[in-house]
Design a protein around this ligand. Structure first.
Ligand SMILES: Nc1ncnc2c1ncn2[C@@H]1O[C@H](COP(=O)(O)OP(=O)(O)OP(=O)(O)O)[C@@H](O)[C@H]1O
Ligand code: NI
Length: 391
């Protein structure tokens, strides 16, 4: 939901009187700014084993009316990334560096109290487990009404009407009848709908959902994804959606950011990334999807049920590309220096892999079976040379 995005400028037009780009509230924000812009986000935890870099300098944006999915295996830093956005990580033990701008205003510069207020009003979270977030001792209506009255000064009757309205918005059948029921009288999918209704109380502009459908069966999942999509369209919400499941990504994302070991491997419009995945990690993830098993041979390193090997130790990440130790395409150059800079392989489609130059066709990655055969041939050749040399 949006307040027309007008908060940034005095007249709500997004234009500034003197054309300087400066704004009335001095924040420097304009309506041209993305809803959310994350730059160089780095989150470190001090642990007994040393500094654990959970998120290592990632950038991404979320625009109004679009769904961006952060996807990656368990432990890749998805949750830490979204919790770092709005002060859900305690500092210390965490340390957050980088820039997080919401409608152009820098959130990391705000004192914690102001940050929490911001989070409440404009950014809402939907967590994985509605059980943990709903209180089983109170009716659903009581909890919604309380949330509404914390947010705004309205009568009990008005709050109740709004609560029924919200339950209706999120697709709870017979909301006027169900409002006085307890959470245990709701199914898993309905509870998640109630959680989304709670998130909508503050009329947020950005909805952050961390694996909100993982605990649900496939049909119920599809209903929740459809609801988020409808809310996005109806209210122009930005949605930042965290999942480890590419099938979910294909259903809901406009754009996808592929994370591995706290770094971005690849990003782009969902259709491009699914049809022409560039990074060997993305290819391997996709090849694990049902119906894409035929890709398995071409990928190497991936097998049904997952990618062989495991994530690197986050307190001692490898040099070069974080994925190189598990990558069927890795060469010695992949294991030196830093994570390669991202290069563009399509419109908004970028990959962090030394095998690509800007503008390359994402399908041009050398076939690992071919490069393995090539390596075999050249080692046989050099062995032969050695033998000949000895004669
Ligand atoms: N409070 C913390 N203290 C120390 N390390 C942490 C803390 N929170 C997360 N981590 C570490 O940060 C890394 C990223 O964890 P994160 O929970 O963000 O992964 P994820 O991608 O969300 O995984 P999942 O799919 O399992 O939810 C992991 O190595 C995790 O152990
Ligand atoms: Ni997580």
């Amino acid at each position: 939901m949006t307040d027309n995005g007008s908060g940034a400028t005095a007249d709500g037009s997004g234009a500034t009187a003197d054309g300087s780009g400066a704004t009335a509230d001095g924040s420097g924000a304009t309506t041209d700014d993305p809803l959310l812009a994350v730059e160089g986000l780095r989150t470190t935890f001090e642990t007994e084993a040393g500094d654990l870099v959970a998120v290592d300098g990632i950038d991404f944006t979320v625009e109004r009316g679009e769904t961006v999915c952060l996807v990656g295996e368990s432990g890749s830093g998805k949750t830490v990334a979204v919790e770092s956005l709005t002060g859900l990580i305690d500092q210390p033990p965490g340390r957050i560096e980088g820039s997080v701008r919401f409608r152009g205003a820098e959130l990391t510069a705000l004192p914690p109290k102001a940050l929490r207020r911001h989070r409440g009003a404009s950014i809402a979270y939907v967590f994985q487990n509605p059980q943990d977030a709903l209180n089983h001792c109170y009716t659903v209506g009581w909890q919604l009404i309380e949330a509404i009255q914390v947010h705004e000064d309205v009568s009990d009757a008005a709050a109740r009407a709004r609560a029924i309205d919200l339950l209706d918005t999120v697709g709870v059948p017979d909301p006027a009848g169900r409002i006085d029921e307890y959470p245990h009288q709701f199914s898993g999918g309905e509870k998640q709908r109630v959680m989304i209704a709670m998130a909508l109380v503050t009329e947020p502009d950005l909805l952050v959902a961390d694996e909100p459908t993982t605990a649900l069966d496939v049909t119920t999942q599809a209903g929740i994804l459809q609801l988020l999509d409808d809310l996005k369209a109806e209210y122009g919400l930005g949605v930042l959606f965290v999942t480890h499941d590419l099938a979910t990504v294909s259903q809901i994302a406009d754009r996808v950011v592929v994370l591995y070991a706290g770094t971005v491997m690849e990003r782009g419009p969902v259709v491009d990334v699914f049809e022409r995945p560039a990074h060997p990690y993305t290819r391997a993830l996709l090849a694990c999807l049902p119906g894409r098993e035929s890709d398995l041979d071409a990928v190497g390193g991936a097998e049904r049920g997952g990618i062989a090997g495991s994530l690197p130790d986050p307190t001692a990440p490898p040099d070069g590309c974080r994925f190189a130790p598990r990558c069927a395409h890795a060469e010695s150059a992949c294991s030196t220096g830093d994570q390669p800079p991202e290069v563009a392989v399509g419109d908004g489609h970028r990959v962090s892999c030394i095998h690509y130059d800007p503008g390359d066709d994402p399908s041009a990655l050398p076939d690992p079976t071919e490069s393995a055969a090539e390596a075999e041939r050249s080692s046989v050749e050099s062995a032969r040379q050695d033998v000949i040399g000895d004669e």
